[in-house]
Design a protein around this ligand. Sequence first.
Ligand code: ADP
Ligand code: MG
Length: 697
Amino acid sequence: MKTEKLFLRELDSAVSGLKGIGKALKSELKALEILTVADLLSHFPRSYEDRKSIKTLSSVPVRTSEGVIVNTVAEIIGQSYIGWGSKKTLKVFVRDNTGTGTLVCFGRSFLSRVLIPGRKFFLYGKFVYRYGEFQCSDFDMEPISGEPKLFGRILPVYPLAGKITQKFLRKIMLQALKEHADRLEDELPHYLLKEYNLLSKREALKQIHFPDDFKLLEKARKTLVYEELFHLQLQIWRRALKRRSCLKAGKKLSFKLKAHLLQRLPFKLTEDQQRVFSEICKDMADPKPMARLLQGDVGCGKTLVAFLAALVSIEAGYQVAFMAPTELLARQHAENAAELLSPLGVRLAFLSGNVSGERRSTILKALAEGEVNMLVGTHALFTEQVRFRSLGLVIVDEQQRFGVLQRLALTGKGEMPDLLLLSATPIPRSLALTFFADLDVSTIKTMPEGRKPVITHLTVEGNEEKVYKRVREEIEKGRQAYFVYPLIAQSDKLGLKDAESMFHTLREDVFPDFSLGLIHSRIPEEEKESTMVSFIKGEIDILVSTSVVEVGVDVSNATCMVVECAERFGLSALHQLRGRVGRGEHQSYAFLVYSRDLTEEGKRRLKIMKKYHDGFIIAEEDLKLRGPGEITGTTQSGFFRLKIADIASDLDVLQQAREDAVNILRADPGFILPEHSLLREVFSRVNPFAGAITEGG
Ligand code: ADP
Ligand code: MG
């Protein structure tokens, strides 16, 4: 039975079957998500200790606090103690054939019985020049007798939890590799292994944990990264190609309504708007259902393009659904639509959770009978009772706010409607390739003419007075301002500013002569909305809030965006916040107030905000600094968990893997590899598509 070949994922016997794992350790391993032998073998090192290359004591520099890792054969030459009694600390003097050093054995006085003068040991540890000698307090030793266990090789350093030690993990890893690795089957087609000169699965696992040398380690990593990304792409593209092979009736397009609307506008479409509009039209005319992401910074004119697409769809005889993530935003879209589209004869309706009773049933009836051309609203558009007569186009604004599940539910209405997703959160190319492979992407890069870039100031906490003074000048000129805080209400623990307290401070002490409003998510919907409306009308000068203003509100007279405790916000959030201003003819400003004890990384992040205005560059930088999950908002849904590949640094491999996966699927749409050992976990836990199918029944 032992000789039978199997896939890593099939090593599903409990890790507690390995020697030396008691109950306590079993639960600690669980904290590392290691339940089975397969989990253990896919718990990859975060770094390595090179105990192979000799590094002698003479390599430690003198008179600097910079330490050097020494890996040498050392002879004990003496012992002494610092301090007295129970607090005394053992010092052991050693030498190799280049120099001498001192081991400071804090709390390890028992070592005096082992580290006896004359004995020789392998020694590994970080030495620093201190008090006229080379000292080391964190070291590992092994007597020189027989085969060295931990020396003469490259050792893995694992992520740990609880009482689990490196020593323990290394031991059980070695054991698991010895007992199981040789039975493992490859998880990539052989021609790909050969083409890229990759290792077999079993060799890759051995080398990633206990590399023979750094070259093989690199090769092992390359193998596992490629394998993981290849499988990821295979899954995504199988789905994407399947969707693309569905057919609908291609729309017969004509552009009378569109021309009417454009005549009524005081401006011309930008080149980018024209280009993306024709990309969308091409999709709508095609028998393949459109699935297109339209991305571009806030204010670049996406909504207008979406309205034009809606007109074309309506003229072709189809209904349109336009969905926004919040009631406020949905209403704003509905008002815009009423102003721009109703005069052309488009029949509009609005639906949200708050529309109920008779009004609701009237709307639903009109919709089912085809009396309504375009339904604007929140996700209430896609609840059970909503039936369209001929839904031809679904537009989703700020699509990143919706889960992938909702995205699916909404294309389930009608016969494969075209799908147009709008996003102001620029999705870096690498992520687009990874998660939105089933979408085509159109990008608007340029802003309409006449927009002035927002001037961004970074201000350290304590200098807020200066910011408040600048804001005062703007308001006295007739402009308006946003003040944004990371918290709703006071929290002693965090010691951060919050919207509620600052609302009172600003209103009573700083701007007693202006009118202020407050919104955050705990304020009732109606009150929030009436405050927003007053702000839009200019009755309120200063709007104090949490990041709820991030999405969509459009007040062109607002020229100041003040964000306090700015380091608490992600770069993408800051970019969105800044996008709330600079929407009109006036010069606008963003003031990012940061805390005194800002970390180096924090400083780097804020400098990026000052330097760049292009959302795509900011998103790429954000990706580099934070890792991908947070950007796409997938952290919560958790479906983004690669074990070894790193989307930012392994982008080349990702692209190659994508090409290979698509080629295989094109040649053989039914191509199936055994599920990937690592990805299975990723997808079974979270694969939103798998979930959707069972949920839908
Ligand atoms: P987005 O949806 O990308 O945030 P909108 O479509 O809401 O942007 O457009 C923002 C503002 O710019 C709106 O007031 C809109 O009327 C205006 N706008 C759109 N396209 C143009 C254009 N080509 N020239 C001038 N202004 C435009
Ligand atoms: Mg918008």
